[in-house]
Ligand binder design. Structure first.
Ligand SMILES: Nc1ncnc2c1ncn2[C@@H]1O[C@H](COP(=O)(O)OP(=O)(O)OP(=O)(O)O)[C@@H](O)[C@H]1O
Length: 332
């Protein structure tokens, strides 16, 4: 059994997700201590409990200590089974973070897997569903991940109620070298149970700022009904994306400009992936090998590298230059 110190580095939920994901893939049991020690309310939160339970169900794992507020768990993986699964995170827990935990393991399932997840699709501190579909998954495809994803209904804070479907087929992971892609900017601006002009104004403000800085963009508008009213915008170009969420009291124009500004910061550098994707690809580069560049090494990225190296005993190196180059020969 490998012991992981959950307070290392960022000390958040991602150490837990990466540890159980890689444990499932390698068949090596893990004990995680000091879970989310660096967060104001340490221990497992509801979304982490649901992610571990879902992975345990799919991989017939044995678990100990998995409950709300738990600061130590054990995860003893079994066989990853094909089939259809339903996961309800409840409230607006992030569906994409749950998928972050499941996806690496699903690539090694014995057959196709379909997972329907209910929860928050566009919530703070996590990738939006559009980011997952248009930025993260295309990058993971290059590492050999065969997965399709669709959002059937959006779910905003606090009630959630969003529905997404992830389908995977057994994948042979392979090394990938992610090059800088400089292509037109795309985006989706959306609102649920709010007037259409909210999504429109977010998009117009983003377009205006992007144009001012010399970038062309095409932003689609989506409106629908949702359990809680909400809005958001996701922008992307190649493997670099950004997003912003609406909030009561914040003008739609400010939301659009926030997303545009974040994307411009990424596009100004010559890095091949954005700062968030850099941490999300670590499990794949650790398993399969490859390389990509990013403008900044976040504490999430450093911590994910540390976690992957603890479990896979692989080497991941960072070369510092005009941008940071992350590379690995994989874990063979
Ligand atoms: N705006 C964003 N766009 C894309 N990805 C994001 C964005 N914000 C956060 N993420 C990703 O979400 C993940 C957050 O991990 P983190 O450990 O902080 O989350 P958590 O499980 O909610 O834990 P905690 O509550 O302990 O912070 C990281 O992979 C990060 O890259």
């Amino acid at each position: 059994m490998i012991e992981i110190d959950g307070s290392y580095g960022e000390g958040g939920g991602q150490i837990v997700r990466t540890s159980v994901a890689l444990s499932t893939l390698t068949g090596i049991p893990v004990r995680i201590k000091n879970i989310r020690r660096n967060r104001p309310r340490p221990g497992l939160a509801a979304q982490h409990v649901r992610a571990i339970e879902a992975l345990a169900q799919i991989s017939r794992a044995e678990t100990r200590g998995v409950h709300l507020g738990s600061e130590e768990i054990e995860f003893i993986p079994g066989r990853i089974s094909a089939g259809s699964y339903d996961v309800d995170i409840g409230t607006a827990g992030s569906v994409t973070l749950l998928i972050q935990c499941l996806l690496p393991a699903l690539t090694a399932a014995e057959g196709p897997v379909t997972v329907t997840v209910r929860g928050g699709t566009d919530v703070r501190w996590s990738p939006t569903v559009d980011y997952l579909e248009h930025v993260a998954l295309p990058a993971m495809h290059l590492f050999g991940v065969t997965a399709t994803f669709r959002c059937e209904r959006r779910g905003y804070y606090p009630r959630g109620g969003g529905v997404v479907v992830l389908s995977t087929r057994p994948s042979r992971l392979r090394p990938a070298r992610l090059e800088l892609i400089e292509e037109g900017i795309c985006g989706i601006s959306h609102c649920g149970s709010l007037p259409e002009h909210v999504a429109r104004r977010q998009a117009d403000a983003a377009l205006e700022l992007l144009k001012e800085k010399g970038y062309d963009a095409r932003i689609d508008i989506q409106t629908m009904s949702s359990s809680s009213p909400g809005s958001g915008i996701t922008l992307w170009s190649g493997f670099r994306g950004s997003s912003a969420l609406g909030e009561r009291g914040v003008r739609a124009e400010d939301v659009g400009r926030e997303a545009a500004k974040a994307l411009i910061d990424e596009l100004k550098s010559k890095a091949s992936v954005d700062v968030h994707l850099a941490d999300q690809l670590i499990p794949y580069i650790a398993l399969a090998g490859g390389e990509y560049t990013t403008r900044e090494i976040s504490s999430h990225t450093r911590t994910n590298i540390w976690t992957a190296q603890r479990i896979l005993r692989c080497r991941i190196d960072i070369d510092e230059g005009e941008v940071f180059r992350i590379h690995s020969t994989g874990s063979g």
